[in-house]
Design a protein around this ligand. Structure first.
Ligand SMILES: *[C@@H]1O[C@H](CO)[C@@H](O)[C@H](O)[C@H]1NC(C)=O
Ligand SMILES: *[C@@H]1O[C@H](CO)[C@@H](O)[C@H](O)[C@H]1NC(C)=O
Ligand SMILES: *[C@@H]1O[C@H](CO)[C@@H](O)[C@H](O)[C@H]1NC(C)=O
Ligand SMILES: *[C@@H]1O[C@H](CO)[C@@H](O)[C@H](O)[C@H]1NC(C)=O
Ligand SMILES: *[C@@H]1O[C@H](CO)[C@@H](O)[C@H](O)[C@H]1NC(C)=O
Ligand SMILES: *[C@@H]1O[C@H](CO)[C@@H](O)[C@H](O)[C@H]1NC(C)=O
Ligand SMILES: *[C@@H]1O[C@H](CO)[C@@H](O)[C@H](O)[C@H]1NC(C)=O
Ligand SMILES: *[C@@H]1O[C@H](CO)[C@@H](O)[C@H](O)[C@H]1NC(C)=O
Length: 540
């Protein structure tokens, strides 16, 4: 009886928590126009710069509540500079009573996770006797109170770590993936959040895959999923993935997806380093960056530039944040150059520093996580800096300001700007110089306050400068290497490079390129410090 009373009390607290979201001020909902996501009311661009946050594993509880109070976690999402969360969920939680109606305590006890019960009792006591669905609501509403948008991502049917080719969750008709039950789950979730304006989108299914995958079933079921979500809550964006673990939408080139409502469709795709042997990222860095970028463009990013453009949400990418995986480091620079150039919407994998239970391991550490294992600190603040440019609206469809470029260095996350003595330095990307290059091989001109000049190579190991003499050979630049990420002067011999200790931009012998600027087939050096991208922008 005592327990019952206390559980009533907790339910009372929970209701206060759930239904006090009056402060929400963002003007939502969202819609799409061409390749852009817009605020419905003002027509201004809204860029999704999200972090994934997992809630689809066996305990059915959003990760971290066993470690820290919910408001602390949500405050940190905002402090990290994300404007949105891609929150993952499992279908069974909304379709089967023996899942969705479990309380947190029951769910954890069932898995013998006494330590997690204690953790939640300490950090979020009001949630311990709430049901797992109520906990998801509490998370969504707390995010809303902090003005953070939410995308509810149907990640799996049966709660478990994702994704294996034959784990029963991969494609319509797999052991746990009954299309009817999936539609029922989508309906329930769309309905549950009708009154939560910060829920801006649902992503219909994560990483379709496996031996059963085929486009016929895709064209049959995806419109049904879209219809039930839209029917319940017409303000939501509908986010749709392709096949092959969310790496292939190319089939819609031939046969566009037709929905009977407009301005809500967004495609999503994933891009990780681990589809390529590490050794290749290390020995053929430029070549593999070129290849992977091209593949991502052909299989996914083409949707933003096709004749009937649709926004693309890069809903998962990420790297081992400890920095020791050199292949991951280079991949991330390659990817960031692409994302900046195309100004994609995105969600980083991932927020959680640990999992209550993942793949049978209690409190497994997540080295891709923004939080450290105890959720005390940000794991690696370098990453936040590297993301700062792609967090900005680089291209505003409403702006008629002239086009120029930011000179972006993805390894550091900095943009090149003129220093006070004519040198060129990396600085934050908010107020970078306006760089312009008319055509390959011509000068790269800088307009900055009170300055006009051309980027100039002085010599091997010397700082690059900006000089008023724009016709000189040393001021003519071209993009070289298969990656097109090296910027070379003087016949391709000297490349821009950022000194990682003082952020001065120097010119040095181009790495991993021969004297004709062709890729060296196997290169022991790391060219990443020489990677720059002229990123087109129309901000003032
Ligand atoms: C949980 O129980 C309520 C009341 O018995 C029921 O209406 C609801 O459908 C159940 N939820 C699930 C997911 O089965
Ligand atoms: C839209 O399509 C769905 C199925 O794809 C259908 O159930 C619904 O009735 C259609 N709505 C309209 C207005 O045609
Ligand atoms: C953060 O990541 C960078 C590489 O991006 C690495 O050099 C550094 O050691 C990492 N720092 C920590 C504290 O893990
Ligand atoms: C931008 O376009 C609007 C109308 O489309 C016009 O009123 C405004 O003067 C333009 N601004 C500039 C800087 O050209
Ligand atoms: C210009 O200033 C930076 C520091 O602001 C310094 O590192 C660099 O050596 C200076 N360059 C020259 C050519 O004096
Ligand atoms: C380019 O500038 C350098 C350094 O000022 C000078 O030595 C060289 O003669 C110039 N070349 C031409 C073609 O003007
Ligand atoms: C980078 O800058 C530091 C500090 O100015 C200097 O000591 C170092 O030699 C520079 N490294 C390279 C490779 O130029
Ligand atoms: C366009 O330029 C104006 C005036 O400089 C500025 O206020 C505005 O923010 C710019 N628009 C964008 C999208 O940067």
């Amino acid at each position: 009886m005592a327990e019952k009373n206390s559980s009533h009390f907790h339910t009372f607290l929970l209701w206060i928590l759930l239904f006090s979201f009056a402060k929400l001020s963002k003007s939502l909902p969202l819609s799409t126009s061409s390749r852009w996501i817009l605020d419905d009311k003002t027509g201004s661009r809204v860029k999704l710069t999200c972090v994934n946050w997992v809630g689809h594993l066996e305990p059915l509880i959003v990760e971290g509540l066993q470690k820290k109070p919910l408001p602390y976690i949500v405050d940190n999402v905002a402090l990290m500079g994300f404007n949105c969360v891609r929150l993952t969920w499992a279908t069974f939680m909304f379709t089967r009573e023996n899942y969705g109606n479990l309380t947190v305590r029951e769910s954890l006890n069932q898995l013998s996770l006494d330590g997690s019960v204690a953790g939640i009792a300490m950090n979020n006591p009001q949630l311990l006797d709430a049901t797992v669905v109520e906990v998801q609501k509490a998370v969504v509403y707390e995010l809303g109170r902090k003005n953070i948008m939410v995308i509810l991502d149907n990640h799996v049917s049966k709660p478990q770590w994702c994704c294996g080719g034959d784990d029963g969750n991969g494609f319509f008709g797999d052991e746990f993936f009954d299309p009817k039950e999936w539609l029922q789950g989508l309906t329930a979730v769309a309905n549950l959040y009708k009154d939560a304006p910060n829920v801006v989108a649902m992503s219909m299914r994560n990483e379709l895959r496996g031996p059963r995958q085929n486009t016929n079933d895709w064209y049959e079921y995806i419109p049904q999923g879209a219809a039930v979500i839209h029917g319940e809550n017409p303000s939501l964006l509908i986010i749709v993935s392709g096949l092959g673990y969310e790496t292939d939408l190319s089939f819609v080139k031939e046969k566009p997806l037709v929905l009977n409502f407009t301005n809500k469709l967004v495609y999503e795709a994933h891009w990780y380093a681990f589809d390529t042997p590490w050794q290749i990222w290390l020995s053929q860095t430029n070549q593999i960056c070129a290849q992977r970028s091209q593949r991502f463009a052909d299989h996914s990013a083409f949707v933003v530039s096709s004749s009937n453009p649709v926004p693309l949400f890069l809903s998962e990418f990420g790297a081992d944040q400890r920095g020791g995986n050199e292949a991951d480091n280079r991949y991330l620079s390659c990817l960031l150059a692409f994302v900046a150039e195309h100004d994609l919407d995105w969600a980083l994998w991932t927020l959680q520093g640990s999992y209550i239970l993942r793949q049978g391991v209690v409190e497994l550490e997540e080295v891709y996580g923004m939080f450290d294992v105890n959720w005390d600190h940000i794991r690696n603040s370098t990453l936040s800096r590297r993301l700062q440019l792609v967090k900005q609206i680089i291209w505003d469809p409403k702006s008629n300001n002239t086009t120029h470029s930011k000179l972006y260095h993805p390894q550091s996350g900095l943009c090149a700007q003129i220093g006070n003595n004519g040198s060129v330095r990396g600085s934050d990307c908010q107020s970078p110089g306006r760089w312009k290059q008319q055509e390959a091989g011509s000068s790269i001109q800088l307009e900055a306050e009170g300055t006009f000049g051309c980027l100039r190579a002085v010599g091997d190991g010397q700082p690059a400068t900006v000089s008023s003499d724009c016709g000189n050979q040393t001021t003519l630049w071209k993009m070289v290497s298969s990656s097109q990420l090296h910027i070379a002067a003087q016949g391709g011999y000297l490349c821009l490079e950022m000194n990682s200790s003082d952020s001065v931009v120097v010119t040095r012998k181009c790495l991993c390129l021969d004297e004709n600027s062709n890729d060296v087939p196997n290169c022991a050096e790391n060219p990443e410090g020489q990677w720059f991208k002229l990123v087109p922008t129309n901000e003032s």
